[in-house]
Ligand binder design. Structure first.
Ligand SMILES: Nc1ncnc2c1ncn2[C@@H]1O[C@H](COP(=O)(O)OP(=O)(O)OP(=O)(O)O)[C@@H](O)[C@H]1O
Ligand SMILES: [Mg+2]
Length: 262
C-alpha cells in the first residue's frame, strides 16, 4: 500500500441531516479505512438510503450538524460531481433511466469529466473502447446492453449489473452499494458480488447496504452496522448479520426505544 495515502478513507462525525422540517439522520458516526468492506443493515425507513444520498450530495437533504470527509477532504463542501471525481461512487437502490443517451457516450463523458478535473487530456476513442471491453468482462455485461441507452428498458437485474460495470469503469475509492442485491436472480447475485470482490483492493473500500445476510455470504464484510431511527445503534462483525437474520430487529428496537424512554 502507498504509505502516502491516509488510512482513513471516510470519516463521518455526528452527521445530522433533514428533509424539510424532518430530521432523518440524527448523529451518524462512521469511520471506514482503506481495504475494508462495511455492511449497513436496518429496518425500512431507518435512513440507510438517506445516508448514501447525503454523502453523495443529493440537494434534497440539508446537513444541519456534523462532518463527513473523504481521504481528508471535506465532502460536504464539494458539488456532487466533484465528490464523484474525488472517488465517491453511489449505486442507487433504484437506478435511473436516461433515454437517448447511450451507455458508451455516458461513460465516456463521465471518464473524461474526471480526467479533466485532474487536468488530464481526454482518453482516445481506441483506449476508451478497450477499457470498456475489459470492464464489461468484470460483470459479464452483454455488449448489446452497453450500446443501448442508459438503463432504458433494462430489467431490474440488468440495471444492477450495469451499476457495477459503471463502478468498474470509474474505479472509485469508496463505493456505496444501496441494495444492489434486491431483485437479482441467483446467478446475477453471484456475478455482481464477484464483480465487487474483483474490484476490491487494499486502497479502496465499499459500503454495502442490504436487508439480507445472503449477500454477505458473497461479499464478506469486515464490519456490520445497524442503522435505526437515523443512528448507528450497533456495530459488529459478520456474525451480527447472522444474528439479525435469526432474531429480526425487534430486540434492537426494544433496546433502543427503552434507552430513549429513560
Ligand atoms: N424525499 C423525501 N421526502 C420526505 N421524506 C423522506 C424523503 N426521503 C426519505 N424520507 C424519509 O426518510 C426516512 C428514511 O428513508 P430512507 O430511504 O433513508 O430509509 P432506508 O433505511 O433506506 O429504508 P429502506 O430499507 O426501505 O430502503 C423515511 O421515513 C422516509 O420516508
Ligand atoms: Mg433504502
Amino acid at each position: 500500500m502507498n504509505s502516502e495515502l491516509p488510512e482513513v478513507l471516510l470519516d463521518v462525525r455526528n452527521l445530522h441531516a433533514s428533509i424539510g422540517e424532518k430530521e432523518i439522520l440524527k448523529g451518524i458516526n462512521l469511520t471506514i479505512r482503506r481495504g475494508e468492506v462495511h455492511a449497513i443493515m436496518g429496518p425500512n425507513g431507518s435512513g440507510k438510503s438517506t445516508l448514501s444520498s447525503v454523502l453523495a450530495g443529493n440537494p434534497a437533504f440539508t446537513v444541519t450538524e456534523g462532518s463527513a470527509s473523504l481521504h481528508g477532504t471535506d465532502l460536504l463542501a464539494l458539488s456532487p460531481e466533484d465528490r464523484s471525481h474525488e472517488g465517491l461512487f453511489l449505486s442507487f437502490q433504484y437506478p435511473v433511466e436516461i433515454p437517448g443517451v447511450s451507455m458508451v457516450n455516458f461513460m465516456r463523458a463521465a471518464v473524461n469529466a474526471k480526467r479533466k478535473y485532474f487536468n488530464e487530456p481526454p482518453m482516445s476513442a481506441t483506449d476508451f473502447l478497450k477499457m470498456m471491453r475489459q470492464k464489461r468482462a468484470v460483470v459479464e455485461l452483454d455488449n448489446k446492453l452497453a450500446s443501448r441507452s442508459v438503463n432504458e428498458g433494462f430489467s431490474g437485474g440488468e440495471k444492477k449489473r450495469n451499476e457495477i460495470f459503471q463502478m468498474a469503469v470509474l474505479e472509485p475509492q469508496l463505493s456505496i452499494l444501496d441494495e444492489t442485491d434486491s431483485g437479482l436472480d441467483i446467478d446475477a447475485l453471484r456475478i455482481v458480488s464477484q464483480g465487487v470482490n474483483t474490484l476490491k483492493t487494499s486502497e479502496n473500500a465499499t459500503i454495502v447496504i442490504t436487508h439480507y445476510q445472503r449477500l454477505l455470504d458473497y461479499i464478506k464484510p469486515d464490519f456490520v452496522h445497524v442503522l435505526y431511527k437515523g443512528r448507528i445503534v450497533k456495530t459488529g462483525g459478520p456474525e451480527l448479520a447472522l444474528e439479525l437474520e435469526e432474531r429480526g430487529y425487534d430486540w434492537i428496537k426494544e433496546e433502543e426505544d427503552n434507552k430513549t424512554e429513560n
